[in-house]
Design a protein around this ligand. Sequence first.
Ligand code: NAD
Length: 361
Amino acid sequence: MRELRINLKEKTYLLYIERGLLDRIGKKIKSIYTDNGIKDVSANKKVIIVTDKNVDKFYGNKVKESLEESGFMFFKVVIEPGEKSKSMEELIKLYNELLDIGVTRGDLIIALGGGVVGDLTGFAASTFLRGIPYIQIPTSLLAQIDSSIGGKVAVDLPRGKNLVGSFYHPEAVFIDPNVLDTLDKRFLYDGMGEVIKYGCIKDKELFYNLIQYDDKELLSNMENIIYTCCSIKKKVVEKDEKDTGDRMLLNFGHTIGHAIEKYYNFEKYTHGEAVALGMYIITKKSEEMKLTKEGTAALIAKVLNRHNLEHEINLEDKDSILSAISLDKKNKGEFINIVLLRDIGDSFIHEIKRVEMIDFI
Ligand SMILES: NC(=O)c1ccc[n+]([C@@H]2O[C@H](COP(=O)([O-])OP(=O)(O)OC[C@H]3O[C@@H](n4cnc5c(N)ncnc54)[C@H](O)[C@@H]3O)[C@@H](O)[C@H]2O)c1
């Protein structure tokens, strides 16, 4: 079992990583529940699992049995899979389910799923009755290394992603790398986009390991990879919890990546695929401008291709991509911050005039 303690100003909590953790989840949660003094579990306290249909099919029963064995009163809310469920409508449906169950502030909500379930459930937990304790059990690679850590929770509005949200940290995060065995390959590669990003911005060793791993080695080293990525995110988040400075480094590849996703109406590229393109495009340009060590973009292309991610796209319509960048809520004003690499593992924030962004695409 690997553990990481996330230390924030107003809260500290543990993240556990272990293969097979899901089999013992009831016992583990019971210890968190009593240790944190949320409530004593002897009187059959309510635990409400929020999950999606895909995850429920594989893990719903296992989690139910384990929680019931540990004396919890088990309830389950199952949503449709996919980004469409991160909506106001789904949020209100979830509030209504919680009301029907009779949830109180002494009960516990558990997000069992990918980033969609995590973000929606976390936001519901942060707002329902002004805040209910919750636990994250992330099941996609992206959720295990990124969205379950850092406290950002949100839902989308028809006019854009993550427009309504808050910072709300869980009581604990439980990561079982074994659940990745049932994840669709495209979502595995999607998560690899973010894994590679961590190597690019902060960890040369991770990056060079990723260049070498074949698919089998990748999976057998997954527990270490997840631990490394979570350690990087932990350090960045502890330094800049509310995302006003260093946390921006986590956005490497995202300025152009988001614009590509948006330009193709979120249909052609997954988030990780778009970030992969964004990392390569910006590094190729920054290398030409002598801001980045020669050969870095080629290394990024190599590691991306190694993990089934493309690095090149024909950006003929640069103006549309540029206007998609300008529409992004993070890019208001005359100046914008972009994240560049000096070298693999060494990233920095670079302020440019918004009009200069065209030079980077
Ligand atoms: N809060 C944050 O800091 C943060 C950071 C990055 C991304 N996000 C958000 O995360 C979301 C994307 O997350 P995602 O990529 O996990 O998407 P997702 O939650 O839609 O999961 C991807 C797919 O995999 C399925 N799935 C998940 N785990 C599975 C498993 N173990 N076995 C079989 N199928 C499984 C899901 O049902 C879904 O179909 C976006 O909404 C994004 O905005 C949030």
